[in-house]
Design a protein around this ligand. Structure first.
Ligand SMILES: [Mg+2]
Length: 274
């Protein structure tokens, strides 16, 4: 039997970060233990690469990351020194693989369709930093990182419901995803957190020359696809929504909320993953 090595893949908001305070200290014992055992902690989030890098520094995590709802995977060059594979591109600091569509591609099509149909919407690309600060109610530096989108566009709709319906239908027919978030409508390519998790798991199996097993933690409906492809799915209790419905034979449901639940789950599986 080949050995199995584990990797942890986690959502941020409401999972590793407290839903209200964005603090993670309750999960610090588990994070320390994972680091000691050299088990990677991969952030998998709707946030941008700029936001994730900031959080990785704060959390002292040096690991790959999956950004913008599964649109791209980044492998820092501090971990992977060379990678000869046509699926991966490189920039100064990382190797990266795009599973969705680039923002440039998304914006070109959005703007063509807006002109042609006279659709009433505006997105981050249309706004100044001040306008993005107003719309997101984030502090300026956070708003800049949130607006540094590379694989999706966030927009506000100002037209009527019928035109919004037409917009969604048109974009979906052209192979885009249209997701209704709390504050914005998000347009992106056809990837998701689950698909990206599987790609990264395969990457690790090749890298390690072992079986790779995943412990995946999430709290909300947009984590469902990644929880369903997990070897060990962990549904973290949320103060604002019920556990997502997960089609999987064995799900660990935490008793505690957010980072405390995160810590609880990793503690629970400690003896089975070393
Ligand atoms: Mg969440």
């Amino acid at each position: 039997m080949p050995d199995t090595r584990y990797l942890v893949i986690t959502d941020l908001d409401g999972t590793l970060l407290d839903h209200h305070t964005y603090q993670w200290q309750a999960a610090q014992p588990a994070l320390d233990w994972l680091q000691e055992k050299q088990i990677p902690v991969v952030i998998n989030t709707s946030k941008t690469r700029a936001e994730v890098i900031e959080l990785q520094h704060a959390l002292n995590i040096n690991a790959p990351a999956i950004v913008e709802n599964g649109s791209a995977i980044f492998l820092p060059k501090t971990l992977i020194t060379s990678l000869q594979n046509a699926d991966w591109q490189e920039n100064q600091s990382s190797y990266f693989r795009v599973l969705g569509k680039t923002r440039q591609h998304i914006l070109e099509r959005l703007h063509e369709l807006r002109d042609k149909n006279n659709w009433k919407f505006e997105g981050f690309a249309d706004w100044s930093v001040e306008q993005i600060v107003d719309a997101t109610r984030l502090p300026t530096e956070d708003a800049k990182r949130a607006s540094a989108r590379e694989y999706s566009e966030a927009l506000s709709w100002f037209g009527d419901d019928n035109s919004l319906q037409a917009f969604q239908t048109q974009l979906r027919e052209e192979g885009f995803q249209v997701l209704r978030g709390g504050r914005f409508i998000h347009v992106l390519g056809q990837s998701n957190k689950g698909l990206a998790s599987l790609v990264l798991k395969d990457f690790y199996a090749q890298q390690w020359h072992t079986l790779a097993s995943t412990i995946i933690l999430g709290d909300g409906p947009n984590d469902r696809d990644m929880l369903e492809v997990a070897d060990i799915p962990v549904a973290v209790k949320s103060p604002v929504n019920d556990f997502p419905e997960i089609n999987h034979a064995s799900v660990f449901y935490t008793h505690a909320f957010g980072p405390e639940g995160w810590n609880e789950a990793i503690s629970h599986f400690k003896t089975s993953i070393i």
